[in-house]
Design a protein around this ligand. Structure first.
Ligand SMILES: NC(=O)c1ccc[n+]([C@@H]2O[C@H](COP(=O)([O-])OP(=O)(O)OC[C@H]3O[C@@H](n4cnc5c(N)ncnc54)[C@H](OP(=O)(O)O)[C@@H]3O)[C@@H](O)[C@H]2O)c1
Length: 305
């Protein structure tokens, strides 16, 4: 099968190559998914799990991509709950070969049914960004109606989901990002926007929940803005500064099928919009995943257009 692999961490995403690899085998509780579309997070080449298996052994060359939408073609021993021919979407295991390939082996518990009226490209754009937003806001951030959310990177893949879900839940949403992101963040539902290069973040006052996707100094300054009882949620690792009278949570997203069902239902009924920029074929994936300019939304690789 065709797959996009990396062999050299120092080369970054520029080191991706389109190669031929053996098709995966389905282990206990796995399914094999014929990949129709794959999503990719640009920082994947920096994740330790891209380079080692769960025992810490080198697993390069690694197939990239962890978001998938496709069709089940085989069931591993003991697999229940899914059937051959079923449309599915979800997140593949961080430490195993990924979804930028014609086939991928995934534990069935990480997949949810993809409704027939949702495109594979849309399905592949939702799992990491949608679930990260859902889990950060509701599981870790314990968001309640009437609270104020500071959504960093509000025009990005995770940030647009955070903005929409927080607003639907009755929160007041302050988005942040670069000057060029203002209109997009407002279009996705932010009530106001802070240009991190030209505005003063602290001018917006106290907030109940910070959703951080940037880290470093921006995260540290945000910690000081959290009201008593509030929460700093990050997906980039915790910096040194913590909320004085609140909680701080750093987490890695998990594939939770019941939450994927909630997210895709919102796509179907129009409560949620996905943030897709470029769609490219597997043959054009290396170029598409190394754009010369800024990304404007998620890049989705349409493996079977
Ligand atoms: N732990 C987890 O489970 C998890 C899950 C999902 C994502 N993540 C991480 O979360 C981060 C965001 O992911 P994503 O997919 O949402 O990426 P994305 O689509 O690139 O969105 C990030 C947004 O934040 C903006 N931004 C970044 N640094 C900024 C700065 N210093 N000032 C102003 N704006 C800034 C980006 O603008 P530019 O493009 O101009 O930089 C972009 O609009 C990545 O580091 C990713 O690895 C972690």
């Amino acid at each position: 099968m065709k797959a996009i692999v990396v062999t050299d961490q120092a080369a970054g995403t520029a080191g991706m190559k389109l190669v031929e690899r053996p098709e995966p085998r389905s282990a206990i509780n796995d399914v094999i998914v014929e990949v129709h579309a794959s999503g990719f997070v640009p920082t994947e080449v920096d994740w330790p799990s891209t380079w080692t298996d769960r025992a810490g052994q080198n697993r390069a060359p690694s197939i990239l991509g962890h978001e998938v939408a496709g069709v089940v073609t085989a069931l591993g021993y003991g697999t229940t709950g899914l059937s051959i021919g079923q449309r599915v979407f979800g997140i593949s295991d961080w430490h195993r070969n990924g979804t930028l390939a014609e086939y991928v082996a995934i534990e069935s518990r990480n997949l949810a049914p993809l409704p027939g009226d949702v495109d594979f490209t849309v399905g592949a754009s939702l799992p990491i960004s949608g679930l990260t937003a859902w889990q950060g806001l509701f599981d870790h951030g314990r968001l309640r109606s009437g609270q104020t959310v500071l959504a960093h990177g509000a025009a990005g893949a995770v940030g647009t989901m955070v903005t929409q879900l927080a607003r639907e839940a009755g929160a007041y949403v302050i988005g942040t990002g670069r000057a060029a992101d203002r209109q997009k963040a407002l279009d996705f539902g932010a009530h106001e926007f802070v240009d991190l290069d030209n505005d003063t973040l602290e001018d917006v006052g106290g907030v109940d929940l910070v959703f951080d996707v940037i880290g470093g100094g921006i995260q540290e300054r945000s910690a000081g803005m959290i009201r008593a009882g509030g929460t700093l949620v990050t997906v980039t690792g915790l910096a040194d500064a913590r909320p004085e009278e609140g909680r701080a949570v750093d987490f890695v997203v998990e594939s939770v099928p019941a939450q994927l069902v909630e997210i895709v239902q919102r796509i179907r009924d129009g409560r949620l919009r996905t943030n897709i920029g470029t769609v490219a074929s597997l043959d054009d994936a290396v170029a598409a995943l190394n754009p010369t300019g800024r990304r404007n939304g998620k890049t989705i690789i349409s493996v079977r257009p």
